[in-house]
Design a protein. Sequence first.
Length: 383
Amino acid sequence: MELARPPLTRWTAELADRGQERRFREYNLLAQRRTALVTLTAILLINAVAFGFSVLSGTDGAPSAPRLTTQIVGTAVGVILVIALARERRHIWLRHLVAAAVVMLTAFIAIMLATGPRMGFRGAIMVVGGVAVIYLTLPLRLTAVTVLSLAYSAVTVPIWLTVALVDGAVDVVYTVMSLVLAHVLCFTEARRAQRERRVLFAQRETLLALSSIDPLTGLMNRRAADEELKQAFARWRRHGQSMTLLMVDIDHFKTLNDSQGHVAGDHALRLVADVIRSVMPMVPGQVAARYGGEEFVCLLPGLDAAQATVIAGRILAGVRRIAIPLTAGSAERSILTVSAGVAAVGPRISGPEELVDAADRQLYRAKGEGRNCVRTEPAGLTA
């Protein structure tokens, strides 16, 4: 199966789906944080080694007070940014830290160009190389990367020109042409890389969605339901809001399969899933899933046992209303029904598995007491 490429904007290389673009930025910032962290660390180490070699070899003479101060302050700020990038996980603060790192780098190089002797050739490397570093390593959107790169050039180029024109040892025209070429090539490569990262992210989301959906009913599958239950249980531990689990099982499903065949059984599963989907509240976090062969679960955070029992009763009534024939050619026409069990979180429930077990007990209690009914933990209400 070949996954379709998502629609992207032409020049800014962003996903056309704004919600998906927002999710990508959060994911990309965390995923590419290591790249920014490694790049900033490498710049600090290379600069420290170069400065140490310059001082020890005496090629630039004794360092001036402004240059020495710049080295100490710039290195200290850089180390603080490295530590912050390594520890921070919130995407909003990460954006600020990455932008601060670029501002620090720009100011650092600008002061070095202004205070360092004979910086013509080395300054040209910094001016051109800094553009490539910004374009190709920052985990930000393309427009932000382009603005930061142009701002970097707007600050460093004039300062470097004043040094290079006096020095006379550097071909200024050639270097400026190289800088323009670096902007064009790096923008093109950054745009390509950003587009490909977004395509891979969108296709990853598609695969995750496909892997979490039951292909027959269109409901969530068991693996995804278990993951949702774990997350909902963790939220309940933090906030203490009500949460219930509703389990639904089709009565005498084997009889339907044996009488009418598996095609009719699959059709019945889809119809029951449609009823459950129509009855479920349209509330974020409340999900329905096919949990087994003919078994379904509804996760209902924010609802107590009484409210979940009402929903279960609506499911039972909805299935009876569509009147799926249970047997073919029978003189006495019987229809398909379902049974349900409800359990709510509480002091006796210490984990997601225990909540599932409690709902399952109530489901089999409903089965044992005549089917086509709801049983609730612990009150045992009947639909």
